[in-house]
Design a protein around this ligand. Structure first.
Ligand SMILES: Cc1ncc(COP(=O)(O)O)c(C=O)c1O
Length: 405
């Protein structure tokens, strides 16, 4: 059944595959009761923004879900797809952009199509599954550097350069803007500085940074002031845009190459019109309403400062993603999360072994622009109480909570 599937009979529908019902907001219904929700990547609160709902509904009524039929290259092209690409490219300050049906599939194909066996790829050890899975298709060498370890990255680049001198290939470095579990940032400024004496191109997955980071929300490259040095920028619509789809932005020549070579896009149907029209509206709101991002940061800062003040370890997050690191086994983790949900009505995501090393528990909070400072206070109080119980051994039952018992 696999590392998580083995627990399905005890946890399905509660710890895994939970149903959050009602309007997407800071409070939603879980198991028939209203809970304070901290596990949705609805950073800017766009999921239920009235203008977004209106644009989505009108576009669905006008176009339906079928249009355009077929893959972009064959019969699935439209003016609106091209308009969205132009607007995305301008927003992230790149020459061109191309839409991707899903971020995951898109990234796999970007990596697959950019590299051939002569090339060497160097990537961060905490890269998202879409990067790791894309790399599985790479037939040449790949070197991993320990998460954000710049000294080691330089060593790997020197190794890679020697190989490329022989093969005639190139080097692609892949990292993320915001690391989605820990909330820390890829050190894009330090990486691009290495371009002075090392020859490589940089691909950045900025799934969590697009819309949330940087002066205008254009992401982590903007945050560091290195947009021009990031060769290939990737963002998804699944987080701050609260939708489906993704995009890649780069120099025109690279985008043309990708358009004609990414198998996941050539052999799959184009994004439906309502998603394209909906994305145009969301992008417009991101550009016109910086106050949404300011509110996100107000809540994020209150939450993170409050947790730190109460002695919680939240690692090195520099983004809204807020991990709370605790110690305990999987049984304690399930008891603690059950208590948080049932007795404090706080719903957040939790990760334990085998996803993280044995003994580590991570509760992950995603603040959004629709949370309030009162939500933060309630959550801080709830966290203090469950932490005290965890430290006193109250959850050490040695048994995973079985919700079916
Ligand atoms: C870092 C990162 N990259 C890529 C993806 C995949 O994006 P999508 O949901 O559009 O497939 C995600 C989202 O899960 C992500 O967190």
């Amino acid at each position: 059944m696999g590392p998580l599937g083995q627990y399905a009979a005890q946890v399905h529908g509660y710890f895994t595959f939970p149903k959050l019902e009602g309007e997407i907001s800071n409070r939603m219904v879980f198991q028939g009761k209203e809970r304070l929700v901290w596990s949705l990547n609805n950073y800017l609160g766009l999921a239920n923004h009235p203008e977004v709902r209106k644009a989505d509904a009108e576009a669905s009524a006008t176009y339906g879900l079928a249009l355009p039929m077929g893959a972009r290259m064959m019969s699935g092209q439209s003016d609106l797809h091209e308009q969205l690409e132009r607007e995305l490219a301008a927003f992230v300050e790149k020459e061109s952009a191309y839409l991707l049906n899903y971020g995951y599939q898109g990234m796999v194909s970007i990596i697959d199509s950019l590299l051939d066996r002569k090339d060497v790829v160097v990537y961060d050890s905490e890269s998202h599954a879409c990067i790791v899975d894309g790399l599985r298709m790479h037939l040449g060498k790949r070197f991993v550097f320990p998460h954000n370890n710049m000294e080691n990255l330089r060593k790997q680049l020197e190794r890679a350069s020697k190989i490329c001198e022989e093969t005639g290939g190139g080097i692609l470095v892949i990292t993320e803007g915001v690391f989605g579990m820990s909330g820390d940032l890829g050190k894009l400024d330090e990486i691009v500085a290495m371009k002075k004496d090392l020859n490589f191109r940089l691909l950045v997955d900025d799934a969590h940074g697009f819309g949330t980071m940087g002066r205008t929300g254009a992401g982590v490259a903007e945050h560091f002031g290195v947009q021009g040095e990031v060769d290939i920028y990737f963002g998804t619509f699944a987080k701050a845009m609260a939708s489906i789809g993704a995009f890649v932005a780069a120099p025109k020549e690279v985008i043309t190459y990708l358009m004609y070579n990414m198998r996941s896009q050539i052999f799959a149907k184009s994004l439906p019109m309502p998603l394209v029209v909906g994305a145009l509206k969301r992008l417009e709101l991101i550009r016109k309403h910086p106050e949404l991002r300011e509110k996100l940061w107000e809540i994020s800062t209150a939450l993170q400062t409050g947790l730190r003040a109460r002695g919680f370890n939240i690692g090195n997050t520099q983004s809204p993603v807020t991990p709370v690191f605790l110690s305990g086994d999987t049984a304690e983790g399930t008891n603690l999360v059950y208590d948080l949900r049932e007795n404090f009505n706080v719903f957040c995501s939790a990760v334990s072994y085998p996803v993280v090393p044995k003994g580590v528990l991570i509760l992950r909070l995603i603040p959004t622009a629709v949370h309030t400072l009162k939500d933060v206070e309630c959550t801080l109080d709830a966290f203090s109480m469950v932490k005290a119980k965890l430290d006193a051994g109250a959850y050490a039952t040695g048994k995973i909570v079985n919700i079916f018992e």
